[in-house]
Design a protein around this ligand. Structure first.
Ligand code: CMC
Length: 424
């Protein structure tokens, strides 16, 4: 017999169904609560609220487990590449060699953006934050593909998915070129997905550019690690906007905006800024950790803590190792890495961080890798967005097919004035 939860409110008693996920995660289905009792639930930040059933990503925060479609993140990081992982997230299964080739080919042929889109860049000041540019340009893509505005799933959707995966990469690289005043470099479709991105970022017409396979590997790894993270803020935003039957371009643009915040994807930029500030302050790590513990200071240790991981973030463990490998390969000695290592050591042995279960997250070491690759600090969150694209897309697609999907419309507990007359 299936389990029920019983909720008693005064004299009222209501039975609520219990739902169990495939990894035995239990939940109480409160859908009928308001109808049966007049009550709603209050859960700021949705800490206890499951907004959907999803078969894409599994996280066990207590044990530091992350799996995409059942595959452990460690194995994907070691053996997959970003294109294959994107396919896995979006289609639910690893591709056969033919499916992989077909997908790769589609990403290849859709790498360019419409020439008219290049003019959009002229309107942005060169000091623009690239996150603003990529969000605006992603939405701008919808104006070139009006047939994709209808969110109904059909063959057009597959095309839209490939266009997004391929073109947002070009848009991101162009936004970098704009910020440094260099000419846009067109994609070279003979290169791999990541190789092509590096080419568009770092090639200049006056010089030849060779994609370093180790750098390409590092980039694949970083993008894979960022590719999905179930119902995080930006993914929930994509689903929220999508629940209104908005088109995929609009939903992804909204997701990019949510990701920009420093408590979310913007943390990777903030980490590097914090490490640089410590460097300027005589490398005084301990003083900084003390500051982060004082609530009144308003300072948080960026790249530390996570809503779901209460042990360690498996992505951080992988990135830390990859960071050493990349810096060794490139022969870079980065004092910021030394500061980061010391900062981690001091924080993880401090009772404040231990008691609150705060450990380094995915953003703590990723910035040092991006910096070693030559990606400027204000592009870090753009890199996160590129990685998260397949995850956002997979969630949007899953939502479109979910019979439980309804427009997202939370309730509130009104705490304002009671009805009063307008002054005569
Ligand atoms: N530095 C100092 N104190 C912290 C930190 C931190 N980084 N993170 C949490 N705390 C404290 C917080 O002050 C609170 O203390 P108390 O219980 O005494 O009031 C306690 O730990 C719990 O924090 P919370 O804000 O209730 O936790 P949350 O689950 O709402 O927030 C978080 C999670 C990631 C927003 C938060 O840990 C944070 O602000 N971290 C820094 C920003 C960051 O690195 N974000 C990237 C997250 S990973 C990538 C992504 O998802 O985008």
């Amino acid at each position: 017999m299936s389990k029920k939860a019983v909720l008693r409110i005064g004299d009222q008693e209501v039975e609520l169904p219990v739902v169990i996920g495939s990894e035995d995660e239990p939940a109480v289905d409160i859908r009928s609560l308001r109808k049966e009792t007049g009550y709603v639930t209050l859960d700021p930040g949705y800490v206890n609220t499951g907004s959907t059933r999803s078969a894409i990503t599994f996280i066990d925060g207590e044990n530091g487990i992350l799996r995409y479609r059942g595959y452990p993140i460690e194995e994907l990081a070691e053996r997959s590449n970003f294109v294959e992982t994107s396919y896995l997230l979006i289609h639910g299964e690893l591709p056969t060699p033919e499916e992989y080739e077909q997908f790769r080919q589609r990403l290849r042929v859709h790498s360019m953006i419409h020439e008219d889109m290049k003019h959009f860049y002229d309107g942005f000041p060169s000091s623009s934050h690239p996150m603003a540019i990529i969000s605006a340009m992603t939405l701008g893509l919808s104006t070139f593909y009006p047939e994709a505005i209808d969110p109904t799933l059909d063959e057009e959707t597959d095309l839209t998915v490939c266009r997004l995966l391929s073109k947002v990469r070009t848009i991101a690289a162009f936004s970098f070129k704009k910020s440094v005043g260099q000419p846009f470099v067109y994609p070279d479709n003979s290169l791999t997905y990541c190789g092509n991105f590096l080419h568009m970022m770092f090639k200049v017409p006056a010089e030849s550019y060779h994609v370093d396979p180790e750098v390409e590997r590092a980039l694949n790894l970083l993008l894979i690690l960022h590719a999905d993270h179930e119902q995080n803020c930006s993914t929930s935003t994509v689903r929220m906007v999508g629940s209104a039957q908005s088109n995929l371009f609009a939903c992804i643009a909204a997701g990019i905006c949510a990701l920009w915040g420093t408590l979310h994807g913007g943390a990777n930029q903030a980490v590097l800024q914090q490490l640089s500030a410590i460097q300027k302050n005589d490398n005084d790590v301990k003083k900084f950790v003390e500051l982060a513990k004082e609530k009144e200071s308003g300072v948080r240790l960026m790249g530390f803590g996570h809503r779901v991981y209460r042990n360690f973030d498996p992505r951080a463990t992988i990135i830390k190792e990859a960071c050493h490998r990349l810096l060794n390969h490139l022969g870079i000695e980065d004092n910021l890495l030394d500061i980061a290592l010391e900062l981690e050591e001091v924080a993880v042995s401090d009772p404040y961080f231990i008691d609150r279960k705060l450990y380094p997250n995915v953003d703590f070491y990723s910035g040092i890798m991006y910096r070693a690759i030559g990606i400027p600090t204000n592009m870090f969150t753009v890199m996160f967005a590129l990685g998260r694209l397949p995850g956002w897309i997979a969630h949007w697609l899953e939502m479109q097919e979910d019979p439980d999907n309804r427009i997202h419309r939370p309730r509130q507990i009104y705490t304002g004035e009671l009805s009063r007359p307008y002054p005569q």
